[in-house]
Write a protein that binds this ligand. Structure first.
Ligand SMILES: [Zn+2]
Length: 268
């Protein structure tokens, strides 16, 4: 499916991973091509994506650009590389979590070129230490992986997840002139600045709720989760605990909260 000229989103048919959490894989087509993320590694996901890439008869796939080394973004990389010869590109901080070796390591500010198109690497730690976004400069499109989602909230699971870095990485994107965000999950975001500001505000509001909970004598992550998310579906408890713990670690670093001797945290 072509989102705008030269930028495609490659869907997977009746994959078991369809639905809310289905990962998006994008293809930038110029004289050469680049995939952004590679989806899961199962037969159907990889097969659909390869069929899509191969439907461009003349296209040479140069890169598989990985935003971060989680299985829904990296899983298909090895097999797509074997089939196309494309180079897998990763940030060095993600290589330990990856089950494939990178052909090229990239850091903040590096630019990958496809003749007419250039993709700038923006290091956006928070969801994971070596998370990167790729900015397609000519079209001002940001491929945001799990840093900014088209719907829902980015998971923050310490020690991999770091709330302070995450908020800083959201603020950093405000400095860029971005026309559209193509996220790792969910639909494209056509009002990037508004979305980024909302996400930052949402995290700051949550942080305030954590502080309020501590003030009211809630000390453990579980008590804070129960206070902040009273109606939460039990399947989401673990995710919510990660978010709250990530806030507590940030507050501790800032001197606003500290661990109690027995268990949990208290206000400073
Ligand atoms: Zn992820």
């Amino acid at each position: 499916m072509e989102i705008i000229p030269g930028v495609h989103s490659i869907p997977v048919g009746s994959s078991p991973f369809m639905g809310f959490f289905a990962p998006n894989v994008y293809l930038v087509v110029d004289s050469e091509g680049a995939l952004i993320d590679s989806g899961y590694g199962d037969e159907e996901s990889v097969g659909s994506r390869l069929d899509y890439v191969n439907s461009f008869a003349e296209l040479r796939l140069a890169y598989i650009l990985i935003t971060h080394a989680h299985p829904d973004h990296l899983g298909g990389a090895r097999r797509i590389k074997e089939s196309t010869g494309a180079h897998i590109v990763l940030h060095p901080a993600e290589t330990r979590a990856a089950d494939v070796s990178a052909d090229k390591l990239v850091e903040e500010g590096d630019v990958l070129t496809l003749d007419g198109a250039s993709l700038e690497v923006l290091h956006t730690p928070g969801h994971s230490p070596g998370h990167v976004c790729f900015l397609l400069k000519e079209k001002r499109i940001l491929f945001s992986g799990d840093h900014v989602l088209g719907m829902g909230t980015t998971a923050m699971s310490p020690p991999q997840g770091d709330m302070a870095q995450y908020i800083d990485s959201l603020r950093k994107l405000l400095d860029y002139d971005i026309e559209m965000i193509c996220p790792g999950h969910g639909p494209p975001i056509t009002a990037p600045r508004q979305k980024l500001e909302e996400l930052i505000q949402h995290r700051l509001d949550r942080e305030q709720q954590v502080l309020n909970g501590l003030r009211r004598g809630k000390t453990t992550v579980k008590e804070l989760v129960a206070a902040i998310y009273p109606e939460l579906d039990s399947r989401l408890h673990q995710a919510a605990q990660g978010q709250v713990l990530a806030h507590l670690i940030k507050l501790e670093r800032e001197g606003k909260a500290r661990p109690r001797e027995s268990a949990g945290y208290t206000i400073n």
